[in-house]
Design a protein around this ligand. Structure first.
Ligand code: SF4
Ligand code: SF4
Length: 434
């Protein structure tokens, strides 16, 4: 029998871990000047300092779990801006996560979260089927324009009426590609596992095609394990520690089953989950260290390993800016690589926008549960994009693409939001390399 992958976590352990973090807080208030939520809401309970204080009272037993407490704990983007700027080295987002997990141990998961995380997402086929049906409906309704009466139904599913959604794929990316894809020419340089993520699989299938084309075009064998599931980020962010552990353990065991030299992702949250957050769920071991050590964001992998010659690239005559996803720039310390790839494309005029690394407000499910605040935060991003006067906003996170594109459409702005790897693949196709 296999040894257990991690020891069971008790409610008290979540509180203890939270206490380890908040005890470092000096209450200096520096986080007030950087927290995007606090900037919009101006409520001390929503900033890291307030959350630390609240956690302290909860742990001391001076405060009960109430609606107000849960509200404060849920008002967080997990953008890591506070921890990146904290002089005491506190990670308030970890205090928030621990408290969310603790609250679930006390109050349970609830019907809807249990249904979504433990059934629909875990079984995978219901989500895949739902995406396909939504994709058919979107096409039948011509993309659901701003005045389409179908918008009146959105609130029934928890969505704002004014929201623009990306088009769901009719066929998942994982069903469009074989599990093992050989290099286009010659023996394989490396065997690379590709964790597509749910958004790549069900929405941004062109991103998956771009990654596969580039890697196989430059001599790599690509493996897309069909049994991969969600990376667990939405599950852990919504208070379900045990559920997230199931997803992490599943993907860890699955990818270890293949003899891989590297694992690539084209989603900032998937990258952060597989490199870092997995360590919160699976006990440290040489196998875990070997696993996390071979996970790369696709921009990072290409920049480090692939020698793209200028002759390989065709011209893309566009003005382009770059938005840093939080889980890429602060979660994985990746910011130069995607810019370098964009700058090497002939014809691209790269224009840095103001506050490129400031959170866009998407934050996974935050932009579903807290849409109005998420849009207020995003309005700053849209203003900076417009000021940069570009054709394209390039980035590396599906929810950033979704949220920024949604708000640009609401502002009737013509800029398109794309993944860096898609633009690079377009240039390589135009250059005849792919
Ligand atoms: S979390 Fe850090 S920045 Fe915020 S009040 Fe505490 S010590 Fe200061
Ligand atoms: S992680 Fe972001 S949203 Fe959450 S408290 Fe820190 S700065 Fe504010």
């Amino acid at each position: 029998m296999n040894a257990p992958l991690s020891t069971p976590k008790k409610a008290e352990e979540h509180l203890l871990e939270a206490a380890r973090e908040f005890q470092k807080c000096m209450q200096c208030g520096k986080c007030r000047s950087v927290c995007p939520v606090f900037k919009e809401m101006g409520n001390e309970l929503y900033v890291a300092r307030g959350k630390n204080k609240l956690a302290e009272k909860l742990v001391a037993g001076d405060l009960q779990i109430s609606r107000r407490v849960k509200d404060a704990i849920n008002e967080c983007l997990n953008c890591k801006t506070c921890s990146a700027n904290c002089p005491a080295g506190v990670s308030p987002e970890h205090v928030v996560l621990r408290l969310r997990w603790y609250i679930t141990t006390q109050q349970g998961l609830g019907f809807f979260r249990a249904l979504i995380f433990r059934q629909l997402l875990w079984r995978k086929w219901p989500i895949t089927l739902a995406a396909m049906l939504i994709g058919i409906a979107q096409r039948a309704l011509f993309g659901i324009g701003p005045n389409n009466p179908v918008r009146h139904l959105f609130p029934l599913f928890g969505f704002s009426k004014r929201r623009f959604f990306p088009e769901m794929a009719l066929r998942s990316a994982q069903s469009q590609h074989p599990e093992v894809i050989p290099p286009k020419k010659g023996p394989a340089k490396m065997r690379i596992g590709y964790f597509t993520g749910c958004a790549g699989n069900l929405i941004y299938t062109n991103v998956v095609k771009s990654v596969v084309d580039i890697l196989t075009g430059y001599g790599y064998e690509v493996v897309i394990p069909k049994k991969q599931k969600c990376n667990g980020t939405p599950v852990l962010a919504n208070g379900d520690y045990e559920g997230a552990k199931m997803f992490m353990e599943h993907n860890f065991a699955l990818f270890n089953h293949y003899d891989l030299d590297a694992i690539v992702v084209a989603c900032s949250s998937c990258g952060m989950a597989l490199k870092k957050e997995i360590k919160l769920f699976i006990d440290d071991s040489p196998t875990l260290r070997a696993f996390t050590g071979k996970v790369y964001d696709i921009n990072e992998f290409i920049e480090k390993n692939i020698d793209i010659k200028s002759d390989d690239l065709g011209r893309l005559p566009y003005k382009v800016t770059y938005h840093d996803p939080c889980h890429m720039v602060r979660g994985q310390n990746i910011s130069e690589q995607p810019r370098k790839l964009l700058r090497m494309i002939p014809g691209v005029e790269f224009k840095e926008m103001k506050d490129a690394a400031v959170c866009c407000g998407s934050a996974g499910s935050y932009c579903i549960t807290h849409y109005d605040t998420a849009i207020k935060i995003n309005n700053h991003k849209v203003r900076n994009i417009k000021a940069a006067e570009v054709d394209y906003v390039a980035t590396g996170c599906p929810t950033c693409v979704m949220h920024i594109q949604d708000n640009l459409r609401q502002h009737e702005s013509g800029e398109k939001v794309r993944f860096v790897v898609e633009m690079l693949a377009d240039s390589l196709r135009a250059g005849g390399k792919l």
